[in-house]
Ligand binder design. Sequence first.
Ligand SMILES: [Zn+2]
Length: 203
Amino acid sequence: MITEPGSRFRLAASSAAVGFLTGALVVAIAGVIWERRHPTLPPPPDSDALPEFASDPIGDLRARNLEMPVLGSSREALRNTFDDARGGSRKHEAIDILAPRGTPVVAVEDGTIAKLFLSDAGGITAYLFDPTTSYVYYYAHLDRYAAGLAEAARVTRGQVLGYVGVSGNAPKDTPHLHFAIFKLTESRKWWQGTAIDPFTVLK
Ligand SMILES: [Zn+2]
């Protein structure tokens, strides 16, 4: 069989075009999936425009008279488990508030949702920036989020963020909220900070 050089060229050119278009389509779809999984957050606020970090974070937070993070829980029933060991040299650096599964968890003060994150240990988690972006409040082992909760959303003190559950590594027969407070670093990243004892702040 004799193949015309011209048709061979056309075949090669058209398959190259199909390959290029397929590649472009794959890149576009991958971009959409990436964007859906990693929604673009507003850039962190200009740190020059933010107030200085408080010199006494515990005093600063205590003065805010934060809401209890679990609706209806009492300050008297809180137990301090901040220094409890959690495997190896890890410390708990949080407080556990026991409550029936499905009990609402609420914003301890006005703020902005910094991140909604699914982790192996924490399960369904939410990170909430305080109004000065000096601290992040961390809620873990949720059963689910409140309907419509989204990253970068502004929330008000007492607003329901989600519900107590056993997600992540929580014992399945002990629903509780794992609640932590981190003082942010200068870069104000939701995942970087120094743990502050919530017991001392909330009690
Ligand atoms: Zn815990």
